[in-house]
Design a protein around this ligand. Structure first.
Ligand code: UGA
Length: 471
């Protein structure tokens, strides 16, 4: 029932590379184009370049067969029916998305197009991008009947990118032409019919043959807005629970209980209600800013988004103050840091709140021993080791002789530490947890002073006794 469609994916970053190998896994023939020759050579040799579950296996299975990597976009354009643009759309100084890479790809496609192609926006782009891509194709002399531009936003998360791609909550296709909508519908048939989930060796996830994901057909502009609005909404949910966590701290309530109580309301839902040191990554900060900028340009007051950003940046400063409140003064304190990635299970450090906190602590003249299971190499390039910063190879080395241990990223590994060993290793048994990975009662039983987000600070009995005798 499913057919093999020739697909070009332009860009081999998180979205492009994952889309390329997943389209191959769905049964299509893919050309993945990148203008970075070194990246192409590495991918051809089987180096997946990013830390992502299932990616090395899929790359090994399909590289140089169902997925070919090349730098030649002209050849890919000639060979393929659908061209997915998955290049970067970084944040410009003004906060809006810089679409110059998308434009450059559109111009290059325009130079080599000889038969009908559907050009697909896969990168996150603001509303009206499809119109600009269309205009740019036309300006470069391409007849209108030779192409359509559609929006097919991607909702994968780093760390679970492959399973998210193959088991999406929904597939959104924004197309203003039936011909283009039909091609996209054919591309996703292996998922929407459930065929893929029936195959032996299929990557297991939420969906199965009886419960395939829905494909939602919309206008192109609606699809563009769906992507920005979804990310902005999720960021808002996080900022909301972070603001609530501050309220909980001020009242001695417990934000975990509050989030659970809220999340059980099916209209609210339990996900993305985890408080912490704020959201980061290559998407939320950039997309909230870009969506705000789109609204501004259209003369629409969407200052809610400014508040979302404000709460997010305050959350890091609040954490710094929490560290100060536990240690009295910061200058010269030796701190162990667990986590540098913007979230667990990834080596991505873009806009990582953990790194912002490390930089704030260095500015306060603390000395830091940092450990991250995957992101240290990348962090070293941005923040080289120096007299006050060293990178170590495990959590206990970070804790060694430290005045306190800080948890900044929610790696699963950090939730399963040997608490007795940690207690022996630290100079003072103080843990300040920016991700609420532990139960305060258990920490106190293990002799720790434990500060977390949106929950009362917990002190071991002897500390409470000495505090009250001192007062
Ligand atoms: C996000 C969206 O979740 C994806 O749906 C979307 O496709 C992607 O952006 C994108 O636009 O490309 P991602 O940035 O990979 O995915 O990571 P998330 O899991 O969403 O986490 C983002 C940040 O929010 C992290 O710093 C994380 O620690 C934080 N977070 C997340 C919280 O602080 N609390 C939560 O409850 C959830």
């Amino acid at each position: 029932m499913s057919e093999n469609i020739k697909i070009a994916v332009v860009g081999s970053g998180y979205v492009g590379l994952v889309a390329a190998v997943c389209f191959a896994e769905m049964g299509h023939s893919v050309i993945c184009v990148d203008n970075d020759e070194r990246k192409v050579a590495a991918l051809q040799a089987g180096d997946s370049l990013i830390h992502e579950n299932y990616l090395p296996e899929l790359l090994e299975k399909y590289r140089n067969t169902s997925v070919r990597f090349m730098t030649d976009l002209a050849e890919a354009t000639r060979e393929c029916e659908a061209i997915f643009i998955a290049v970067g759309t970084p944040q410009s100084e003004a906060g809006d998305a810089d679409l110059s890479y998308v434009e450059a790809v559109a111009c290059e496609i325009a130079r080599s197009i000889t038969s009908y192609k559907v050009i697909v926006e896969k990168s996150t782009v603001p509303v009206y991008t499809n119109e600009w891509v269309t205009r740019s194709m036309e300006r470069n002399g391409v007849a209108r009947h030779l192409f359509d531009v559609v929006s097919n936003p991607e909702f994968l998360r780093e760390g679970t990118a492959v399973t998210d791609f193959l088991h999406p909550d929904r597939i959104v296709v924004g197309a203003d032409s039936e011909r283009a909508a039909a091609i996209l519908t054919r591309i996703y048939l292996p998922l929407t019919t459930g065929d893929y989930y029936n195959r032996s060796g299929a990557i297991v996830g939420f969906h199965n043959v009886n419960q395939p994901p829905p494909l939602l057909l919309t206008s192109t502009k609606s699809a563009e807005i769906i992507k920005h609005a979804s990310n902005a909404f999720l960021a808002m949910k996080i900022s909301f629970i972070n603001a609530v966590s501050n309220l909980c701290e001020a009242t001695n309530a417990n934000v975990e209980q509050v989030a659970r109580g809220m999340g059980l309301d099916s209209r609210i839902g339990p996900r993305f209600l985890r408080p912490g040191i704020g959201y980061g990554g290559s998407c939320f900060p950039k997309d909230v800013a870009a969506f705000r900028s789109v609204a501004e340009q259209l003369g629409i007051d969407f200052s809610l988004l400014t508040e979302v950003e404000k709460i997010n940046s305050q959350q890091k400063r609040r954490f710094l103050n929490k560290v100060r409140s536990a240690l009295w003064t910061l200058r010269g304190k030796r701190l162990g840091v667990l986590g540098l990635a913007f979230k667990g299970e990834t080596d991505d450090i873009r806009e990582s709140p953990a790194i912002d906190v490390v930089e704030m602590l260095l500015a306060e003249n603390c000395s830091i021993a940092a450990y991250d299971p995957a992101a240290a190499r990348r962090t070293k390039e941005e923040l080289p080791a120096g007299p006050n910063l060293c990178y170590v190879d495990d959590a206990y080395a970070a804790a060694k002789d430290a005045d306190a241990l800080l948890i900044l990223t929610d790696w699963a590994e950090f939730a399963n530490l040997d608490l007795n060993r940690l207690n022996q290793t630290l100079r003072y048994p103080i843990i300040i947890d920016g991700r609420n990975l532990y139960d305060p009662d258990i920490m106190v039983k293990h002799g720790f002073t434990y500060l977390s987000i949106g929950r009362a600070a917990a002190y071991p009995v002897r500390d409470v006794a000495s505090l009250s005798s001192a007062s």
